[in-house]
Design a binder for this molecule. Structure first.
Ligand code: AMP
Ligand code: MG
Length: 419
């Protein structure tokens, strides 16, 4: 059989094709405590003002500002303390002339008072205190509704739920949170050379490192995943295995077998499943053979068997797909710019993704390769905190150039577009 000719697609277009499939997870409700790292499936509105009442931001005394007008260093003005309240309490007293209520942070400003004097600004006596400066009307008061007003849109559908989001949901009494379900993932490592982690090595064989690595990448996204038995390079049983995985999961990730070798069966498997292949060649190194297809409304990711290519394929293609299914507005990891600390003299028409170490030295961000960096490399992945992006073209890249860096160990999604 002649080798199939494939047309390489630019990385950005490949990602676009994936997210344009617009495969959506269903909406479910989870408890507030379980909602971390889900994506909100509905807009959330403020159920009341924040603050809900005028309150004191300090420990001090609530009084009438008019009574402080003549206060100075030479003329200390005295106030009688008529009540004493803590946070959660409401004074029943009305503050009158030269009167004050002792008040703690978070407590409601009593009726009659229009300013709060901090404890540190007073000299206390018995049931009284003096001050040495005038206070303005409204000084040191947190006003009802100054942060948010009832009915305000405070969180948006598509927003990633972080600790701050949970604080907001708790503030407004949301106990059950509408979110998009996390897709479940089947992980199938293919290759007749593969052994399980616990197996003794044999001639010609290697241990399956992609399976555990992809499972870990899924876990980082809190995705439920099942790792299937190592799949031998055999067409019939491979079709069966992938069909079964597709039935039981929302996403199927295979590693290996997407190239044009004699035992690379993934293209035939996609054909047998009547899958729509979105692309089978990407203008990138490593992982140019990465293939993504859709069958029965589900994504099939055919990642390269080469560990560095497999890792890169997950970061570039699986992540945005998962976040897209989960309805996230921000689907791409944080990209920063860094000064390249190494030379890549050889020009490459394809965009290169290099597992790298980014460091901020207090002044500038620098980046260098994380070690031996062929697509087959595994050790460099462990020493990397980022993937450096070297655009393809007719020139190489030299030390001192500024390059884009995808922060793979950062858990936040900061950008709404790829590079
Ligand atoms: P393939 O994509 O099947 O052509 O495999 C490319 C290279 O990756 C080969 O050298 C394989 O032995 C290696 N490889 C394939 N699958 C795995 C795996 N699960 N873990 C580690 N290396 C693998
Ligand atoms: Mg193989």
């Amino acid at each position: 059989m002649p080798v199939e000719k494939r047309t390489p697609l630019p990385v950005g277009n490949a990602i676009e094709r994936i997210v344009n499939e617009d495969i959506q997870s269903e909406t479910i409700e989870v408890s507030l405590n379980e909602s971390l790292n889900y994506i909100l499936a509905e807009d959330i509105v403020a159920t009341h003002d924040i603050p809900r009442f005028n309150k004191s931001p300090y420990d001090g005394f609530a009084l009438r500002s008019v009574d402080t007008l003549n206060a100075s260093g030479d003329n200390r003005v005295e106030f009688n303390v008529i009540d004493h309240i803590g946070a959660g309490d409401v004074s029943k007293k009305v503050v009158g002339e030269q009167e004050a209520v002792r008040i703690m942070t978070g407590a409601a400003v009593p009726e009659g008072a229009d300013a709060v004097v901090m404890l540190e600004q007073t000299v206390e006596g018995d049931q009284s205190f003096t001050i040495r400066k005038p206070f303005n009307r409204n000084e040191n008061i947190s006003f009802k509704g100054e942060e948010t007003q009832q009915g305000d849109l405070i969180l948006e559908k598509g927003q990633h739920i972080n600790a701050g989001t949970i604080a907001v949901l708790a503030t407004f009494g949301y106990t059950e949170i509408p979110v998009f379900k996390r897709p479940s993932v089947a992980i199938i490592a293919t290759g007749s050379e593969l052994l399980d982690v616990e197996d003794e090595l044999e001639p010609g064989k290697i241990r399956n490192s992609n399976g555990p690595m992809v499972a870990a990448l899924c876990k980082k996204l809190d995705l439920p995943c099942s790792t299937y038995k190592i799949q031998q390079d055999d067409l019939e049983s491979s079709i069966q295995r992938v069909t079964e995985a597709l039935k039981q999961h929302d996403i199927v990730i295979t590693t290996g077998g997407v190239s044009v070798g004699d035992f690379d069966y993934l293209p035939q498997i996609y054909e047998a499943l009547d899958a729509n292949v979105l692309f089978n060649k990407v203008a990138m190194r490593p992982g140019s053979v990465t293939t993504v297809a859709v069958a029965q409304g589900k994504y099939l990711f055919g990642l390269s068997g080469n560990p560095s290519a497999c890792f890169t394929g997950f970061e570039l293609f699986v992540k945005p797909a998962v976040l897209s299914m989960m309805g996230a507005h921000k689907r791409f990891p944080q990209v920063v710019q860094a000064t390249l600390m190494d030379n890549f003299k050889k020009a490459n028409p394809f965009m290169r993704f290099v597992r790298a170490q980014a460091t901020f030295d207090g002044k500038q961000m620098t980046v260098k390769p994380a070690g031996f960096n062929k697509s087959s490399a595994v050790v460099a992945i462990a020493h990397s905190n980022c993937i450096m992006v070297l655009p393809g073209g007719s020139r190489g890249h030299q030390q001192g150039y500024t390059v884009d860096v995808i922060l793979t160990e950062s858990q936040t999604y900061e950008w709404d577009a790829f590079v």
